[in-house]
Design a binder for this molecule. Structure first.
Ligand code: ADP
Length: 633
């Protein structure tokens, strides 16, 4: 298989390859898009985390300011729970975030506390953080607050909805969270960001040691699901089998097309080979007579190329110039669809000027849709056949002419023979009557003159007959050395067609090496023809299995030729009767055939004989002497 062929066979892979490239492109795009999105999300997360941290810090700073104001308000007062509880800042702080406010002395002993230990139940379990402020002259106010509450109050609602905000210590323990049951493990996969705490959150003097390294962690609550990615996967997953099926179908289709193409090419090659090797010339014409197609045989027949012929309109260059009108008329008839079904003979002219006889058969030319678009002509060159037929016809005519002459000679000879005697008798009787009258002394000039003229006329008639006979039989047999086998073969060639038409099988068995005889080949040929024709006539009465066997052999000094049929036979008739002049049992028979045959054979010093054949039928045979040179030489 050549490279282009292989390429065209693999062409179906191209859409598959392009589709795979497309899929990879989509996947790359989705990945790129995803990375971009993640980066965006991360940046948002970072900025949210930083802003949350800042807000919390602000909140603590706020609380610190409130605590300082409280401390300033309590300066100089005796530390008591009532003084604390009565202060509006304390109540406001407890409503906001504070868990408790404790008044300590310089040595960190509790002087007063609001609310009392028993009341403080909120967030007791959770970790607490502290804010402190000095109270003049030497006290310290400590406010305890729950980081969980700080987160709940300090983190704006929209951030709390978006993230889980947690305070985490250095040991990765959750100190506080905006969710009630933080599940660290579950959050592992979600994007998160941690900001180290700064400022008052860490600066609390009472802060536990662990808190010094605390951090604020924001975890994305519901990571924004990338809508494109699953969709892309679904599309790709659906697209790949579809493209695989489509490619398979395409491949099948291409294979089918290729097979059809190969079949078409093979068929075209076959057709061309058949058209070119055909002995029949082909031409296709449309309804106007324009040549649409000619095969090579047609081109050879008229001596022109297909390029010269195709497209030509009548009159055609191969029409004989001396019969243009007649051919044009016939052409009109053919194009009108009235060409004879059994074909018609035409005479064309080769480009070299040579004339040729053709037989043309016209049939409708139909297109692939079954619509007739013109006429298809099949043309056979019958020039040679016609020449042979002409020659044969001339031969038969010559033969018939010869036969007629021979027969006429024989008839004349027979007539002369038959008439001679009565004419002689008439003359004798005339002379006898004249003599008798002279003896009786009759001097009647009239009667004597009439008798004399009778004698003269009879003699004249005799001379006329003799002259006619002489004229008609003047052709002496020309004795030449001839090969009897050749003579027989030539005679049977002439009869072959006639016998075929009558359903008679001719069987020929010629002895090899039959010596030449001295004979007139034309006359001997007539004898053979006559005998075979008679046998064929006799076989007409037979229903089937008609057979004539012709054989030659050497018998002593003679060559013997047998013509045997399987017809009705001779019915006891002997050869003399059959050979008698004018003896015939046929309605239109003249009865001279066998008589002539015998004359010819005897003129060659031969013998003609007839007998019943062994298996029924008649056996006619004649023998001719071998030429003396042959016999003795
Ligand atoms: P014609 O053919 O004109 O009848 P022929 O002299 O050739 O004259 O034949 C004389 C007759 O001899 C025929 O009419 C036919 O009755 C008989 N005859 C000749 N050949 C055969 C034959 N092969 N078989 C039977 N009869 C034959």
């Amino acid at each position: 298989m050549s490279l282009p062929d292989r390429l065209s066979r693999s062409l179906w892979l191209a859409p598959l390859g392009l589709s795979l490239v497309f899929v990879l492109g989509v996947l790359a795009w989705v990945r790129g898009n995803e990375a971009e999105e993640q980066e965006l999300q991360r940046q948002t997360l970072i900025s949210d985390a930083l802003s949350t941290e800042a807000q919390l810090r602000d909140r603590i700073d706020d609380e610190q300011v409130h605590l300082r104001q409280l401390a300033a308000g309590l300066a100089g007062q005796a530390p008591s729970e009532a003084a604390l509880a009565a202060h509006p800042e304390v109540n406001a702080g407890l409503r906001r975030l504070w868990q408790s406010v404790t008044w300590l002395d310089a040595r960190n002993r509790v002087l007063a506390e609001v609310p009392t230990e028993s009341e403080a139940n909120r967030y007791e379990d959770g970790l607490s953080l502290h804010l402190t402020a000095r109270v003049a002259p030497d006290g310290v106010l400590v406010v305890r607050y729950a980081p969980a509450l700080l987160l709940k109050r300090g983190v704006p609602w929209w951030l709390a909805r978006k993230y889980d905000v947690q305070l985490v210590d250095s040991a990765d323990q959750v100190i506080a969270s905006t969710t009630d049951s933080p599940l660290r493990a579950a959050q592992g996969e979600k994007p998160s960001y941690r900001v180290a705490l700064t400022g008052p959150l860490r600066a609390s003097p009472l802060a536990q040691a662990t808190l010094t390294d605390a951090a604020l962690e924001l975890t994305v609550r519901d990571p924004a699901v990338n809508a494109i990615r699953p969709l892309a996967w679904v599309l790709v997953a659906g697209f790949l089998p579809l493209i695989a099926v489509a490619s398979w179908l395409l491949r099948r289709q291409m294979r089918q097309v290729q097979r059809a193409e190969v079949a078409g090419r093979t068929e075209a090659a076959w057709r061309r080979a058949m058209e070119d090797s055909a002995l029949v010339a082909l031409r296709a014409r449309d309804f106007d007579g324009r040549l649409l197609y000619v095969n090579r045989t047609f081109c050879d027949m008229v001596g022109m190329s297909a390029e010269q012929l195709v497209g030509l309109l009548p009159p055609m260059p191969y029409w004989p110039p001396d019969a243009l009108a007649e051919v044009a008329e016939r052409n009109r008839r053919n194009l009108a669809g009235h060409a004879p079904r059994e074909g018609y003979e035409a005479r064309w002219q080769h480009s070299s000027g040579r004339m040729l006889d053709v037989m043309v058969f016209e049939s409708p030319l139909v297109d692939a849709g079954g619509r007739q678009i013109g006429w298809m002509g099949s043309i056979i060159d019958i020039t040679e056949r016609k020449r042979l037929e002409d020659r044969e016809r001339r031969q038969v005519e010559t033969l018939a002419h010869n036969a007629r002459l021979t027969m006429l000679g024989e008839v004349a000879s027979t007539l002369a023979h038959e008439l001679n005697q009565p004419l002689t008798a008439i003359a004798s009787y005339g002379a006898g009557i004249s003599n008798s009258l002279a003896k009786l002394g009759v001097q009647d000039e009239l009667v004597l003159g009439a008798l004399q003229r009778l004698g003269q006329q009879a003699a004249h008639a005799g001379r006329i007959v003799a002259r006619i006979r002489e004229f008609l039989t003047r052709r002496e047999p020309r004795h030449e050395r001839c090969d009897l086998n050749e003579v027989i073969t030539a005679a049977l060639d002439l009869l072959q067609r006639d016998c075929q038409r009558r359903g008679v099988a001719l069987e020929l068995s010629l002895a090899a090496g039959v010596p030449a005889v001295l004979a007139d080949a034309v006359l001997i040929e007539q004898v053979v023809i006559n005998l075979v024709r008679n046998a064929a006539d006799a076989l007409q009465a037979k229903d089937g299995g008609r057979r004539i066997a012709v054989s030659s052999r050497v018998a002593g000094d003679f060559v013997r030729i047998d013509v045997q049929d399987n017809g009705p036979g001779l019915g006891g008739r002997r050869v003399e009767q059959l050979c008698a002049a004018f003896y015939s049992t046929k309605p239109d028979g003249m009865g001279m055939g066998l008589a002539i045959c015998r004359s010819i054979v005897e003129a060659h010093q031969g013998v003609l004989d007839a007998s019943e054949a062994a298996g029924g039928g008649a056996l006619f045979s004649f023998s001719l002497p071998l030429s003396r040179e042959v016999v003795h030489g």
